[in-house]
Ligand binder design. Structure first.
Ligand SMILES: [Zn+2]
Length: 295
């Protein structure tokens, strides 16, 4: 596993296409081989040294087959470099920055970034527990649109933040919702908050009331966010980041940007493994096809 955190370390480790293929090979078959077609567990060398062929059905699988790296239109070395920047740089990389740095066109950069965001989506396997604060925020549109929970042109986002020892912020998740109603909060709560172990705190909004049958919820007045300083620091941080990339971020894809932001945020104390984690996701996510004109 590569656990460097600087571009210099990265460039030293990955110099050629084969270096990348070897890394993927180790990642893919490190726990043993299993034929995707028939399930047999013995293989021999396939078409190239980065393929394995099933000894029973002779299915020949390349190291990139059934991964996000399959049939990428850019060299693997560039895809590795791009994913490294996206994962490790504190603010990530915009599609324009990626296109410029890796000398690829805007369309390829946009497509790769979408695939990365898709892979950065939470697995939902580790819901927040302990003390969890929940609030909503509005993003996009202009500031003067904001009138209470009336969202105008803006998108409404629900956010949940875990408080850990010494009142510090642990992990957090956020997602676009249609409206601030229990019906819209529910799927987000169920995916990201542990109903058995979390003690949820929200402001006094009545939209949270129906969830009390499933979650332990305590409400307190928000006082303009002053009652939830940690949560509001995360919100300001997220808003600042989104503003910085705003003209690249259409409303339709805001969830992708939220996934990207919180993938990095939730791993901010585990930087040496964050890129490897993204590669792991790339290896298990099926290639997803986007229409580049869908912005
Ligand atoms: Zn087979």
């Amino acid at each position: 596993m590569f656990n460097g955190i600087s571009i210099q370390q990265f460039n030293k480790f990955f110099k050629t296409e084969d270096d990348c293929k070897q890394y993927l090979f180790d990642q893919k078959w490190t726990d043993g081989y299993k034929c995707r077609r028939c399930g047999f567990t013995k293989s021999h060398k396939g078409k190239t040294s980065f393929h394995l062929r099933c000894q029973a059905c002779h299915y020949d699988e390349s190291v990139t087959a059934n991964t996000v790296f399959h049939k990428l239109k850019i060299p693997l070395l560039k895809a590795f470099g791009m994913s490294f920047r996206i994962a490790v740089k504190k603010k990530g990389m915009s599609t324009t920055e990626l296109a410029r740095e890796f000398s690829i066109n805007q369309k390829s950069s946009w497509l790769f970034k979408r695939k990365a965001q898709e892979s950065m989506k939470s697995s939902g396997n580790y819901p927040l527990d302990g003390k969890v604060e929940v609030d909503e925020l509005l993003i996009g549109g202009s500031e003067k649109d904001k009138r209470g929970r009336n969202k105008g042109e803006k998108k409404l986002v629900v956010i949940a933040v875990e408080k850990v020892k010494d009142n510090k912020i642990g992990r957090a998740y956020a997602q676009v919702i249609e409206q601030a109603s229990a019906e819209c909060f529910k799927p987000f709560f169920e995916e990201h908050i542990d109903s058995d172990n979390a003690k949820v705190v929200t402001d006094g909004w009545r939209g949270y009331w129906p969830l009390e049958s499933e979650f332990e919820i305590r409400q307190k007045p928000s006082r303009g966010g002053k009652s939830f300083p940690g949560l509001h620091a995360v919100i300001m941080n997220l808003k600042g980041w989104l503003r910085g990339i705003h003209h690249h971020c259409s409303a339709r894809f805001i969830n992708g940007y939220l996934d990207e932001f919180f993938f990095r945020f939730n791993r901010r104390n585990f930087l040496p493994s964050i890129w490897h984690k993204l590669i792991e996701r790339f290896m298990t996510n099926q290639p997803y096809s986007y229409k580049a004109n869908a912005t």
